[in-house]
Design a protein around this ligand. Structure first.
Ligand code: MN
Length: 476
């Protein structure tokens, strides 16, 4: 259980899902599968499904959550648990205690732990899932289940549903909308994750030295994540020079060279919540004229988009603001932006940003049906499909703003001094009633970066590399 989210908040989240489900329905959510990394025993580090983390804080594999509104009464003990909660029954199927398994993989919550610590009204061994689900499915008027997450558990569910195995609705779509607006507790964790990620970027910047590898900076970043109780929220990107042309380039063995920039896109995951930060800076600590000119255009576009964020604003409006600044800035540097020249996607082949939360690219729709259209079509609103429009931001949403430019070495339309330069600048922003609250704060302006790297160079010269201290740890 997360020490950041209270048991009553988890319970309230489950009640909201129950409230969205029709009476007589049954919703089933399966955990992510464990995936082999090599051989037959060694799996990738297991990371629980974000929906299960959201609804319970439960982090073990091989589990199913069941939201039972069929009104079927269970055993006597379950009636005691669910007293006063109407017909809603929250059931968990989990791995049972097993000394033989637990000696290798650690202690499990088990059936009793699922009930005492994770809020289940009733828990069962995962091995009983087929039997119990068959019984519940027989009475269910509607099934909410999305297959495709976990083939092994899918097979058990599909089997149990029998003739109701088709035509189900997606429970995760309901949870996704719940997850989009963050609670006060979630915002507090995300601010912390943003701080940890920012400290990691500062550490990487201070350890950047020509001759080192991308991997070395990845090590610095992930050391800071780990010493603050986190992990990388996605595969750490450290791209030297033109490696940045690959948007999701995974850090490798390329050497950092003076004269080049290095693009780092890395974030921490703290208590399940991601930060997602990008910084681009010169390996030498000093921008060339061309790097500085281009960097300031990208930074201006990012700052303009961030400044415009407030409740009611849409992605489309931010994209327009960002694009205007980028196009004008690039034009003034001699780029042939526009018809017959370079298009936006030639220089920035990705979107301006995305929702952020338990998932790095968090859930929740980006577009929704126009309110005007919905009002016009009146009673038939549910059936008649209107035009989808960008949804307005709400207080409590968290998103990234990450403009970039990625300039090929060989495209002759690009003015020569700028060829081969790749820049992305990304921060994490919380939508508040007063506008944007930026959760991340690593050095960003040309002056901040140069001063910070000067400082690192001086410390290194006087005290040696160790004094730079990747042993940076945030206070609780
Ligand atoms: Mn991002």
């Amino acid at each position: 259980m997360s020490r950041y989210i209270t048991a009553s908040e988890y319970a309230a989240r489950r009640e909201r899902l129950f409230a969205a489900l029709p009476a007589g329905s049954l919703a089933i959510i399966c955990s992510n599968p464990e995936v082999l990394r090599n051989g037959s025993d060694n799996t990738f580090s297991y990371r629980a499904s974000s929906d299960i983390l959201y609804l319970t804080g439960f982090t073990e594999a091989n589990c199913m959550l069941v939201f039972d509104k069929t009104g079927l009464s269970g055993s006597a003990s379950s009636n005691e648990h669910s007293a006063g909660k109407g017909q809603n029954r929250f059931i968990m199927f989990v791995q049972p205690h097993s000394p033989a398994e637990e000696i290798w993989h650690g202690k499990r919550a088990g059936v009793s732990g699922a009930e005492s610590d994770f809020g289940a009204d009733r828990a069962y061994k995962i091995g009983s899932a087929k039997m119990v689900l068959s019984r519940l499915a027989k009475k269910a008027k509607a099934i909410y289940f999305k297959s495709g997450v976990n083939a092994k558990l899918d097979a058990i569910v599909t089997n149990a549903l029998a003739d109701k195995a088709t035509g189900q609705r997606d429970p995760l779509a309901i949870v996704a909308e719940q997850r989009l607006v963050k609670s006060a507790a979630e915002l507090a964790i995300m601010r912390r994750s943003g701080q940890v990620g920012s400290v990691a970027h500062r550490a990487a910047m201070s350890h950047c030295l020509a001759g080192r590898s991308e991997f070395a900076l990845k090590g610095v970043l992930e050391f800071v994540f780990a010493t603050n109780g986190g992990v990388a929220s996605y595969d750490t990107i450290v791209a030297a020079g033109v490696n940045g042309l690959c948007l999701h380039y995974p850090a490798g063995l390329s050497t950092l060279n003076n004269g080049d920039m290095v693009l780092i896109d890395a974030g921490s995951e703290i208590a399940g919540y991601a930060s997602d930060i990008s910084r681009t800076f010169p390996v030498s600590g000093r921008f060339t004229v061309a790097q500085k000119e281009l960097y300031e255009v990208v930074l201006a576009s990012q700052l303009a988009a961030i400044a415009a964020i407030k409740p009611g604003v849409t992605w489309g409006q931010l994209e327009k603001i960002c694009e205007d600044v980028l196009v004008n800035g690039l034009n003034s540097l001699g780029f042939p932006m526009g018809k017959g020249g370079l298009s936006m996607s030639d220089v920035m082949p990705h979107g301006l940003g995305h929702w952020l939360g338990l998932d790095v690219h968090d859930v929740g729709k980006y577009r929704q049906r126009s309110q005007v259209e919905a009002a016009k079509s009146g009673r038939s609103a549910g059936k008649k499909r209107g035009k989808d429009v960008d949804r307005p931001f709400l207080e409590g949403m968290v998103l990234t703003i990450e403009p970039g430019v990625y300039l090929s070495l060989t495209d002759k339309r690009i003015p020569e001094p700028y060829r081969g330069i790749c820049i992305r600048i990304e921060d994490n922003i919380e939508v508040t009633a007063n506008g944007a609250y930026v959760q991340t704060d690593a050095p960003k302006s040309v002056q901040e970066i140069e001063e910070f790297m000067d400082y690192a160079r001086n410390v290194r010269a006087e005290c040696g590399d160790d004094a730079l201290g990747i042993h940076i740890k945030l206070e609780d």
